[in-house]
Design a protein around this ligand. Sequence first.
Ligand code: OAD
Ligand code: ZN
Length: 251
Amino acid sequence: MIDEAAKLLARSRFVIAFTGAGVSAESGVPTFRGLGGLWKHYRAEELATPEAFRRDPHLVWEFYKWRMRLILKTKPNAAHMALAELERMGILKAVITQNVDDLHREAGTERLIELHGNIFRVRCTNCGYREYLKASGRVEKFVGKKSLPKCPKCSSLLRPDVVWFGEPLPRKEIDEAFSLAERADVVLVIGTSGVVYPAAYIPQIVKETGGKVIEINTERSGITPIADVFIRGKAGEIMEQLLEKIKGLIG
Ligand code: OAD
Ligand code: ZN
């Protein structure tokens, strides 16, 4: 299976990757569904919705700061690193991720489309203010604060710049992702249950426009029925092997 995937990737002209929580599992970021899934301990519908934020912004911010602290302690794993290297090699053209953890960027991926936002970005609930806390060097201070974060421009409440249940995806990102999917001749789907739409359309679009689907997952997923190659295993371990095989093939 890995050999077959390596061959497909080595002779492709436009590869994209589509990733989910499973790509960060080996870094120690909990996934949403399945064993150890985040939402088993914290009900998603209680915390990751606009209604919950209106009802109890303190609770929602507490939850997000807890997740920010947890993610800050993690680092990219071999899967994130291999994807960044495949991009530098000119094979991979973009990474489309459902993750908000910023680990693809930390690994060095340049063309990154974040469909569900970024946990280290905040935005104003009233005006257009946005801030990437890592760039302004304010993450540590931000997560340490007990009071609700306020907009420096208009003093309204700030919120995490992530997509909540029932909210639309950012227009620019979804348009870019869909057009990349139309162009792609191979999509590398890694660590996603493939059940959350519209994100899960991405591999389907690649398939419908004549491309191949390679999937890496520890279990079967919603994508597996359309996968041309399914590799069962951990993202980091498999990607490391896959990268070596591709290097062997292209010399
Ligand atoms: P899920 O938690 O639904 O799925 C994680 C997937 O990763 C599962 O299919 C696991 O089998 C697989 N997996 C776990 N560990 C792995 C490993 N080491 N290597 C490879 N695969 C592994 O996460 P997502 O599919 O990303 O949305 O969830 C999609 C969206 O649902 C999230 O972005 C989030 C959530 O609601 C929003 O927050 C809007
Ligand atoms: Zn504002």
